[in-house]
Design a binder for this molecule. Structure first.
Ligand code: ZN
Length: 157
């Protein structure tokens, strides 16, 4: 089965910039009810899409419990849901869309974080990044977005 996820968040002053579970030093941060981890949110939605289990908003509605929660904790729960339904992850491909900052130096740590949560090898997770060449809300530095596609396989009970 295949699943797609997309997410976008506002960038704002006085917010932390959490991406793939790591804190990146930047003048702006990502606004969100949780920690605003747009990459992890897109991965969660792609996995939920593949197993046809709704989306991140239906599984983890805005609540006191989920306020400022680490999105890796949400990802962990989704990984457990996949296991319960006897699915293995084949691979996940992602594209983060942002103008700044450059994330190339953080990519290895981000991959480590996400792979260890989902119990997959780093060869099974691709993290790409692109800009919009200065165009639109992302190009203006007002926001950040991420796409993810996940391929999963049923292994029976
Ligand atoms: Zn989000």
């Amino acid at each position: 089965k295949i699943g797609h996820g997309f997410d976008a968040h506002q960038l704002a002053l006085n917010e932390s910039f959490i991406l793939g579970g790591i804190s990146i030093d930047f003048e702006k941060g990502i606004k969100g009810h949780s920690d605003g981890d747009v990459l992890v949110h897109s991965i969660i939605d792609s996995l939920l899409g593949a197993i046809n289990e709704g989306d991140i908003g239906s599984l983890f509605p805005p609540s006191k419990k989920n306020q400022n929660i680490s999105s890796l904790k949400l990802l962990e729960q989704v990984g457990e849901l996949l296991s319960q339904k006897y699915f293995d992850i084949i691979n996940i491909d992602t594209t983060i869309i942002l103008q700044e900052p450059k994330i190339v130096n953080y990519r290895n740590q981000i991959k480590k974080n996400i792979c260890s949560i989902l119990n997959i090898n780093q060869s099974q997770l691709s993290i790409k990044a692109t800009t919009t060449d200065g165009l639109g809300f992302i190009g203006l530095g007002e926001g950040i977005a991420s796409h993810a596609i996940s391929l999963i396989k049923y292994h029976g009970s």
